[in-house]
Structure formats: structure tokens, C-alpha cells
Design a protein around this ligand. Structure first.
Ligand code: ZN
Length: 106
């Protein structure tokens, strides 16, 4: 399933994006409006850094369980028990992909 296939997908993506934005704003001790105003004055790099810090460097999937969306990959032979979560509606997956796109590494 790809995002954009239905209005429900779009609503979930919008909610996940807002939650990531709000969490990144909190990390900067700002509210969402303050962050949006600062982004207009060049704070996109700070937002990206906050998002990456929030995501962290620990594997998303640990011991077969995604630490962000809670999916259980135990018993899924196609998945390692530690690594990136492949679910395209997982907040960690979305944050990782968006950050990579902004940095131009995708
Ligand atoms: Zn996940």
C-alpha cells in the first residue's frame, strides 16, 4: 500500500506528520505555531535535526518488536529481529524517509 491511495491513508499520513512536527517543536521548547514561524525564517535545519534526534539512532525494530508502532515481527522470516521498520504507516518509518528525502539521500 502506498500513501495517497485513499483519503483514509492521507488522513493517517497527515496525523503522523502533525505528530512528528508537534514532537519536534516540543523538543525545541516551542509550540507548533512558533515553530512554523521560525521555519519561515530558516529553522528547517533545526527541525530536521530535532526530528532526527527524536527518532534516535537505536534500531526501530528491537527483539522483533517495532519500538515506535508496536508491530510484532517475531516469526516473520523475511524480517531481521533488529533494524528499520518497513511499515509505511509507522511514525519512525515516515520520519526516517522524510528526513532522508530532505537531506537528499533517497
Ligand atoms: Zn514501526
Amino acid at each position: 500500500m502506498r500513501y495517497g491511495d485513499s483519503s483514509e491513508d492521507n488522513a493517517r499520513l497527515l496525523a503522523a506528520s502533525y505528530n512528528a512536527f508537534d514532537a519536534a517543536a516540543s523538543r525545541l521548547n516551542l509550540n507548533a505555531v512558533e515553530l512554523a514561524e521560525r521555519m519561515q525564517s530558516g529553522m528547517l535545519a533545526d527541525l530536521l535535526k530535532a526530528l532526527e534526534d527524536l527518532h534516535g539512532s537505536a534500531p526501530e525494530v528491537q527483539g522483533g518488536i517495532c519500538q515506535h508502532c508496536g508491530r510484532d515481527y517475531i516469526g516473520d522470516d523475511s524480517m531481521a529481529l533488529s533494524g528499520d521498520c518497513p511499515s509505511d504507516d509507522c511514525p519512525a518509518h515516515i520520519a526516517r524517509v522524510l528526513a532522508a528525502e530532505v537531506r537528499g539521500t533517497v
